[in-house]
Design a protein around this ligand. Structure first.
Ligand code: NAD
Ligand code: DAU
Length: 355
């Protein structure tokens, strides 16, 4: 079996669903169920003996080690993290705790478990750490995309905490010989994306008749990847990645935020037209994110060349699927927009007067 952390979050739940759609190898899904974790994402697995869910914190080394000893996973895939940049700006503490201390505790538990294995089991074991392109910092308009050798220059508490975790993972290979792999991925989008992030926030605000908040001038660029393509890349790296190496994952889809929002409005205008006017009328420019990275872009050629991975979706096909999913799953959106989420909206947007 494989041991997945953070498997009730956006990418983790997509990964678990995709994994079990393609393989009968069981998954132990270990998740703290923070505001971002949602077991409803996994409702289709109810009663499926291949999915074992355990609620817990990756900082709890003893619980993790006990589970490793009991279930004997052949691999760990670490998605568990605090993931939202704006939250890291308003309160970095949880990001340091989960992303740095949590990854450290998970590595220590994995090292103890790995040390107890036979040499054959040790050779087959993998610890795959899921990270972000944000560790590389920000690009100018003419800079080449981030490659695996781009120096780290994280700019937010979130990206700094992920960079620290990447360094720990790297060090456990270099120092202890642990069989680790790291993936650094660009912005994901798709089903089950929590509506605090740009794409799902814009879809849900548009349908609710609320403002569509654009930070600063909206010309910041992100490189978008449909979530199932990220999941396929992780499976490929787990299967064939070279130990101790990092792999960049990206969709070759650089888009300015304002263009993404225009695209979403145009699709919604066609598929869920308003009585009068366009969803574009709801666009509102608000105060920028402090330290806002201007441009991310990923050079994914190493993964393509060495492991034969390529994204299956273009931005056009992926965004159409995403909007269709949100239109068909408005109840899911209503459910996650709980009391705690409302407080976050007041905190984050209340202090951003319109620009
Ligand atoms: P998410 O915030 O949607 O989900 C995170 C999950 O981790 C949640 O289920 C949460 O309950 C769980 N979790 C948080 N703290 C935990 C802890 N201490 N112990 C156990 N579980 C805990 O995040 P996501 O967008 O799915 O991202 C998953 C991973 O991928 C993260 O490591 C993130 O840094 C990375 N990543 C995300 C993107 C993206 O665009 N979303 C891109 C590149 C990399
Ligand atoms: O690049 C990978 C990263 O992508 C992941 O590591 C993070 O976990 C993930 O959250 C994402 O980070 P971003 O900060 O790029 O994503 P977010 O959806 O928060 O913002 C995307 C862009 O849209 C960014 O430039 C900020 C802008 N934005 C965001 C929000 C929420 C707005 O203009 N308005 C908004 O209300």
């Amino acid at each position: 079996m494989i041991f997945v952390t953070g498997g009730a979050g956006f990418i983790g739940s997509n990964f678990v669903l995709d994994w079990l759609a393609q393989s009968d190898e069981p998954v132990l899904n270990f998740d703290k169920l923070t505001y971002a974790g949602n077991l409803k994402n996994l409702a289709s697995l109810q009663g499926d003996a291949r999915h074992i869910f355990v609620r817990g914190d990756i900082c709890d080394q003893e619980q993790v080690l006990a589970l490793f000893r009991e279930h004997k996973p052949r691999a760990v895939v670490n998605f568990a993290a605090e993931s939202h940049v704006d939250r890291s700006i308003l309160g970095p503490g949880e990001f340091i705790r989960t992303n740095i201390n949590g990854t450290f505790a998970l590595l220590e538990a994995a090292r103890a478990y790995w040390t107890e294995m036979t040499p054959e089991e040790q050779g087959a074991f993998r610890f795959l750490h899921v990270s972000t392109d944000e560790v590389y910092g920000t690009l100018g308009p003419a800079d080449p995309p981030f490659s695996e050798t781009t120096p780290f220059a994280p700019n937010s508490p979130y990206s700094a905490s992920k960079a620290a975790s990447d360094h720990l993972v790297r060090a456990y290979h270099h120092t202890y010989g642990m069989p680790v792999l790291t993936t650094n991925c660009s912005n994901n989008y798709g089903p089950y994306h929590f509506p605090e992030k740009l794409i799902p926030l814009v879809i849900s605000n548009a349908l609710a008749g609320k403002p569509l908040p654009i930070y600063g001038d909206g010309q910041q660029i992100r490189d978008w990847l449909f979530v199932s393509d990220h999941c396929a890349a992780i499976r490929r790296v787990l299967e064939g990645g070279k130990l101790g190496e990092t792999y960049n994952v990206g969709g070759w889809n650089e888009k300015a935020n304002l263009d993404v929002v225009h695209t979403l409005c145009d699709i919604l205008d066609r598929q869920a037209p308003k009585a009068t006017g366009s969803y574009r009328d709801q666009i509102t420019f608000v105060k920028d994110r402090p330290g806002h990275d201007r441009r991310y872009a990923i050079d994914a050629r190493k993964l393509e060349r060495e492991l034969g991975w390529k994204p299956a979706e273009t931005f056009e096909t992926g965004i159409a699927k995403t909007v269709a999913w949100y239109l068909a799953n408005q109840e899911w959106v209503r459910d996650v927009q709980s009391g705690a989420y409302k407080e976050w909206v007041d905190q984050n947007y209340g202090q951003r007067e319109n620009a």
